[in-house]
Design a protein around this ligand. Structure first.
Ligand code: PFF
Length: 497
């Protein structure tokens, strides 16, 4: 018997836990600020409505109807589609191993916060003391031994959650983490907006630059952020939805997930930019000089901002890193589950066996990212996963479902249990708009990559990541699964119907 969520709430919280991740905190605010500020809302809303919500509805419907993770779902639609599922699972595996390292750093920083260990040079502290980084990604530079203990701690927590399964593990983890996340973010917002200079930060983030709307880059950024932020096209949502009862209404859940995720993103943006505004004020510089995203924001800029607060710096630092930890953790477990579900379905394994089969290799590979060149590998792997992996997976998913399968059949299935009907717009969005934007994104980023590589790093790292994604898709598809893996439920639309 397939596992099933204890309640609809469990599924909703898990899906929100996956969607609300580091991307909301360190990616969205910076992308919005640098892509038109307040004017970014238009491309962004457009991307949410034409891609985010339609694809969420699609992935939820696929998961709950075909009752399998991404590989099983696509194989049950048509055996020739199976490779797409494994490609998505491979992306998830790749993201798992490097995202892990980030969660480990965040855990360390919860501890460092209390004593403000970064002193007055947070960048040097992060690069030289915490990561002990070497200057080149050509060699690993050896293991960074001081990260081993937090590394084992995070792995231990993850393993406990994953072995306990969706209800006793993931559900409980989300019910613990999400309220903490919300509370900590609220604390940051309140602290942030009551600081002098906050208004400059918010002005920087929200001030509309209407000319941005005419730029294709801004639209590409909006679509990219929506995909990453909603955890779509990398097997996660299909896997989570496969544990839903068939008669669950997924249309309203898709809207709810998107609203909570994007609402939280804006909320987090207020916290981040009001505090950056304050810091710029203290330093007497413009906000654009301190604005940053990603790892730079979390481990270099924000610690400096925390040190510059008027009071309770240590405590506030801990609040910030606990926010990152809880956000990252619930995303991390969702992505590991996506891989576990794929493997478990294909070989009809017990949950424990599948969890072991996935976590042991993930554990081994994740060591790469706590070597002294870990940051470079991470940066590159992240680039490949996002610019190549997710974009390609998204395009292929939409082409196969939109053009080689019957989206209208899936729409009927979704409407069967929905309290309001999804119109034909849904099919149009899937078949046209998103494919065009993603296709354009893919061509631009791949021509850039072929011409210049990425970030000055050795090309072989990128090639290994791409080869890993493609080979996993080929090899896992070629392996023989249990007959049940290919067997679609009777009431699910078939390819030849
Ligand atoms: N939606 C997540 C975020 O915004 O951070 C994306 C994600 C990343 C999900 C990494 C899962 C994950 F492991």
């Amino acid at each position: 018997m397939r596992d099933q969520w204890n309640s609809k709430l469990a599924f909703i919280l898990a899906a929100i836990g996956s969607a609300v991740g580091l991307g909301n905190l360190w990616r969205f605010p910076y992308i919005a600020a640098t892509n038109g500020g307040g004017a970014f809302i238009f491309p962004y809303l457009f991307a949410i409505i034409t891609a985010g919500i339609p694809i969420l509805i699609l992935e939820y419907t696929l998961g709950k109807t075909y009752k399998a993770g991404a590989p099983g779902t696509f194989a049950r639609i048509n055996r020739k589609f199976e490779a797409l599922g494994w490609f998505q699972v491979a992306i998830s595996f790749l993201i798992t191993v490097y995202y892990f390292a980030i969660v480990v750093w965040v855990l360390c920083y919860i501890g460092y916060s209390f004593t403000l260990s970064w002193g007055d040079d947070a960048t040097t502290f992060f690069v030289s003391d915490v990561l002990q980084a070497t200057s080149s990604a050509d060699g690993t530079g050896g293991l960074n031994v001081q990260l081993l203990i937090p590394f084992f701690i995070v792995w231990a927590i993850v393993a406990i959650v994953m072995y306990r399964g969706i209800n006793k593990g993931i559900d409980i983890a989300c019910k613990v983490c999400l309220p903490i996340l919300l509370l900590c973010t609220a604390v940051m917002v309140i602290r942030g907006i009551t600081l002098p200079g906050a208004i400059d930060g918010l002005e920087y983030m929200f001030h509309p630059d209407w000319s941005a709307i005419a730029k294709t880059d801004v639209w590409v950024a909006a679509y990219g952020q929506v995909f990453f932020s909603l955890s779509i096209a990398f097997a996660i949502m299909i896997s989570y939805a496969s544990f839903l009862p068939k008669d669950e209404d997924v249309v309203n859940t898709a809207f709810l997930t998107a609203c909570c995720n994007h609402g939280f993103e804006i909320f987090a943006g207020i916290a981040i930019f009001s505090i950056l505004g304050y810091m710029a004020n203290v330093q007497g510089v413009g906000v654009e000089e301190v604005a940053a995203g990603g790892i730079g924001l979390a481990f270099m800029v924000f610690p400096t901002a925390i040190s510059s607060l008027p009071a309770l710096n240590g405590l506030f630092g801990a609040v910030f890193f606990i926010t990152l930890f809880t956000a990252g953790f619930t995303s991390l477990i969702s992505i590991i589950q996506a891989v576990i579900t794929g493997v478990q379905d294909k070989w009809e394994m017990s949950h424990t066996k599948a969890a072991t089969a996935v976590m042991v290799p993930a554990f081994v590979v994740s060591f790469v990212f706590i070597t002294r060149s870990g940051l470079d590998y991470l940066d590159y792997a992240d680039y490949i996963a996002n610019s190549f992996g997710i974009v390609l997976a998204g395009i292929v998913e939409l082409v196969l479902i939109g053009w080689f399968f019957k989206p209208e059949k899936l729409r009927e299935v979704a409407n069967l249990t929905s309290n309001f009907s999804v119109g034909q717009w849904w099919t149009w969005c899937l078949k046209f708009v998103t494919i065009i934007v993603l296709g354009y994104t893919f061509i631009i980023s791949m021509t850039g990559f072929i011409r210049e590589g990425y970030g000055g790093y050795p090309l072989w790292i990128g090639i290994i990541c791409i080869a890993f994604l493609i080979l996993t898709a080929i090899v896992f598809t070629a392996m023989k699964g249990k007959p049940s893996f290919y067997q679609k439920p009777d009431d699910a639309p078939g390819y030849d119907d």
